[in-house]
Design a protein around this ligand. Structure first.
Ligand code: FE2
Length: 430
């Protein structure tokens, strides 16, 4: 029996060690120890981690890599970022959107990031971002699952043509209905926008992913309306609430009522640790609030929580490198999720949890799944986050599509080793 690809001696995220992975025709045919068969390509994982690909459940690809255009965000604040984006989208071209997005996708592939849900602004009457990203979705199809969310960034009712443009974007082939209820002019308009957008999704059989309550105002409670509308319209499992940062500042009693409602509605919660730790709490003196929703508490209610990157080198965030391990690391730090079990959970927040939110089919390193995975320079998921481990090989449909040399440093120290591998620093066995 001959396979296209055979990976030997791999560790898996669930703790299995020393397994082999056999792939043929783009699918995983076997995951078990000691597979002896011919293969067109054999990779020795050497006891390192083979993980399903990273998944980014929340991104803005229409703005990525635009840092410095048309000028730099000098204050680094959300408000200056919004003003800058307003200036920039006047001069956007489809060609420029496509070029920057494809460049970002190259980076994503090198980081083992093979599925991305991106919001795309529909408040520009020309729908430049929509046109550009629809083209990109087709171009990257062989290597990245790209989902597009129609995002009325300036408000469904606050921006004059947003509703018309959103419907047009969906007609053009955008996959998901977005929203931004906390940015509408009044709480009532916010609630009305949630209801309207969920109805649009129900009529068209689409998923929903809203920027929801991305504010420090504890009275911003649009997630409650989103949970209600999800139940009313039978959208359970198809709706995501992104950011949800107001929950950080809400009263504990109210949150104890809210979390079961989110769980009942089977809403996916998407936190964006990197961007919200920098943007939230800006009106505080000291102590300053953390800009993250209540991840451990949502976990305890069985809510599916994912972490998104949100931004890379754009008007809102000048940092980032498409590294979902950096996102997981920030998420666990901000949420103080430092038990061994909680760190493993944070790894799932950038892999299997967002895969569930996106509804990805055939995801996982299991028999019958798509032969998509990443070999990391780390033995397990905790070490992968700690080291922001090098992606030694990225495999798509059974073919290696990116490689990076292992990180190794040479030392010139008398009486000390000549070289070190960061993955050789393991916890002491107790
Ligand atoms: Fe966002």
């Amino acid at each position: 029996m001959s396979f296209d690809l055979l990976v030997k001696n791999a560790n898996l995220p669930d703790g299995r060690t020393g397994v082999d992975i056999a792939c043929r025709d783009g699918l995983i045919e076997a995951v078990e120890p000691g597979i002896s068969a011919d293969a067109g390509n054999i990779i020795d994982a050497g006891g390192k981690l083979v993980s399903p690909p990273f998944v980014d459940s929340h991104f803005h690809m229409d703005a990525t890599l635009s840092l410095g255009l048309p000028r730099m965000n000098q204050s680094g604040t959300l408000l200056e970022g919004i003003a800058l984006w307003g200036e920039f989208k006047e001069i956007l071209t489809v060609e420029a959107v496509v070029e920057r997005a494809l460049k970002y996708c190259d980076l994503a592939v090198s980081q083992g990031l093979l599925a991305i849900r991106t919001h795309v602004d529909v408040c520009d009457d020309r729908l430049t971002g929509v046109e550009g990203l629809l083209e990109v979705r087709e171009k990257v199809k062989p290597y990245i699952d790209l989902q597009l969310v129609a995002f009325p960034q300036d408000g469904l009712y606050r921006s004059p043509n947003a509703e018309r443009n959103l419907l047009k974007a969906l007609d053009m082939g955008v996959d998901i209905v977005g929203g931004i209820p906390h940015f509408e002019r009044t709480m009532e308009d916010g609630a009305r926008s949630v209801a309207r957008l969920c109805e649009v999704a129900a009529e068209r059989g689409l998923m929903v992913d809203m920027h929801c309550d991305e504010t420090d105002d504890p009275m911003s409670r649009h997630i409650e309306t989103l949970a209600f509308e999800t139940q009313r319209l039978g959208l359970q499992g198809r709706v995501a609430g992104s950011h949800l940062t107001s929950m950080h500042s809400m009263d504990n009693y109210y949150v104890s009522k809210l979390l079961p409602l989110i769980a009942e509605a089977d809403i996916h919660a998407i936190a964006n640790p990197l961007i919200n730790i920098t943007l939230q709490g800006r009106h505080d003196t000291y102590p300053k609030r953390r800009g993250q929703t209540r991840v451990p508490e949502m976990r305890s209610y069985g809510i599916n929580v994912a972490f998104g990157h949100d931004c890379v080198m754009d008007p809102w965030y000048s940092m980032g490198s498409g590294d979902m391990l950096e996102v997981a690391s920030m998420g666990l730090h901000v949420a103080q999720m430092t038990s061994r079990d909680a760190i493993r959970y944070c790894y799932e927040c950038v892999t299997s949890h967002p895969a569930k939110a996106l509804g990805l089919e055939g995801y996982g390193v299991e028999e019958g799944c798509r032969a998509d995975f990443v070999l990391l320079q780390a033995r397990d998921t905790i070490e992968a986050i700690r080291l922001k481990a090098t992606r030694l090989a990225v495999v798509k449909a059974g073919k290696v599509i990116a490689t990076t040399p292992a990180r190794q440093s040479q030392l010139e120290l008398n009486g000390r080793p000549g070289s070190i591998d960061p993955a050789d620093y393991a916890p002491n066995e107790g």
